[in-house]
Design a protein. Structure first.
Length: 210
């Protein structure tokens, strides 16, 4: 509890966060998290999320992704950029609940196979009254890795919108994306994103975030 706000935490996560492990203990804990399919802790999610694409992890990641239906493991697999994994990665776009993972996967593995899914997400979400800010932030960055006339058209739609709030919020996310992942095709857009001061605050810090 924090004043009147309550947060639920798994007991295992609580203890792992409360008692720092030494390097030997951490290796043992990480091994258990990675290899025991019965563990559902947030610590397991974070461990897999931060894995580097090293060959020693690949086989177990595939097992976790398929047998445990664990979306973050598929994102970790995408980091290897292996063409034979495209069908598995594409399954992330099959359900609304895993779309965000699909965007993450296409960001680390920008294969053309995923582009139609990203365009569909953009068009579907653009027409919604309410939208997820983190999702849009990530979607712009992922699309920036697919420089094309169609992507340019989607970005131009953001700049031309007559909805001022949308132009400011999504324009900020677009500016971050174009700064992090520049492409000559998108350069003319930069001067057309006009943000008020309150939307420029902390933009440098946000650019440095993953």
């Amino acid at each position: 509890m924090d004043n009147c706000v309550g947060v639920t935490t798994m007991v295992g996560d609580y203890f792992l966060n409360s008692f720092p492990a030494n390097p030997i203990q951490k290796n043992t804990i990480d091994s258990i998290l990675f290899n025991n399919k019965n563990i559902k802790l947030r610590a397991k999610y974070k461990f897999i999320q931060n894995l580097k694409p090293e060959q020693q992890y690949y086989k177990q990641l595939k097992k976790i992704a398929i047998e445990e239906n664990y979306p973050i493991a598929i994102v970790a697999i995408a980091k290897y950029n292996i063409k034979t994994d495209i069908n598995l990665i594409s399954t992330l776009f099959d359900r609304n609940e895993t779309e965000d993972y699909g965007i993450d996967a296409a960001k680390v593995f920008p294969d053309s196979s995923f582009y139609p899914y990203l365009v569909k997400i953009f068009k579907n979400d653009w027409g919604r009254k309410y939208y997820s800010y983190p999702k849009w932030r990530n979607l712009y960055q992922t699309l920036a890795k697919y420089p094309s006339q169609q992507t340019l058209s989607l970005f131009d739609k953001t700049i031309k919108t007559k909805n001022d709030f949308r132009h400011q919020v999504l324009g900020k996310y677009l500016l971050i994306a174009l700064t992090k992942y520049p492409a000559p095709l998108f350069n003319p857009l930069l001067s057309r994103i006009t943000l008020r001061n309150e939307y420029k605050n902390n933009i440098e810090d946000e650019i440095n975030l993953e």
